[in-house]
Design a protein around this ligand. Sequence first.
Ligand SMILES: CC(C)(COP(=O)(O)OP(=O)(O)OC[C@H]1O[C@@H](n2cnc3c(N)ncnc32)[C@H](O)[C@@H]1OP(=O)(O)O)[C@@H](O)C(=O)NCCC(=O)NCCS
Length: 181
Amino acid sequence: MLMNLETQRLILRNLRENDLADFLEYRSDPEVCEFQSYEPFSEAEAERYIKNLENGEFGEAGKWIQLGIELKAENKLIGDIGLKPEGHETRIVEFGISLSRNYQKRGFAAEALTEVFDLLFGKVGIHRITATVDASNFGCIRMLENMKFRREAEFIKSFWQSGMWRDEYLYAILEEEWKSK
Ligand SMILES: CC(C)(COP(=O)(O)OP(=O)(O)OC[C@H]1O[C@@H](n2cnc3c(N)ncnc32)[C@H](O)[C@@H]1OP(=O)(O)O)[C@@H](O)C(=O)NCCC(=O)NCCS
């Protein structure tokens, strides 16, 4: 399924070749990448990454897509949302999100994710959405808890990042919980 969504301030759509400079602005920023599973991107890596995902459609078991977050007022890509139906059960979806530093703390993450989750739970028949977050990523933990995700598990020294083992939390929300919010 190709996703094209619009909110009051944002357009959510596949990444495009001409997003490269905006994409690099946040995906090469060590602060944005600090808690992520990816390292800061080089220009060549970013170019390849966007090309691979350009025509990506949501729905295949175990396959990530990336939805670009475009700020309408500036015609600018300010972040992206990764979505992956689980390999063993496509009604369970894992997500991740990155926002450019200058566009954080303005409610864009919540605005974009609310639109995506309304679609996944409301029309696509998704049962459960999960996110794994570094236990020190307070911005992301706050965002998840604001959206009423539940902390379900804590993994100790489960993730190698920036030269050390880190702890992680698993967060989740069910369709019925999202709809009754
Ligand atoms: C995680 C991340 C996406 C959260 O972004 P964010 O912009 O802080 O999240 P939100 O959209 O929920 O913004 C909410 C904050 O903006 C504030 N805000 C300002 N204007 C707002 C508006 N118009 N509407 C809603 N909130 C607004 C809210 O009060 C809230 O602040 P608070 O938590 O102090 O109350 C961002 O920190 C990020 O990209 N981090 C780096 C990458 C990363 O670690 N990703 C997580 C991996 S899963």
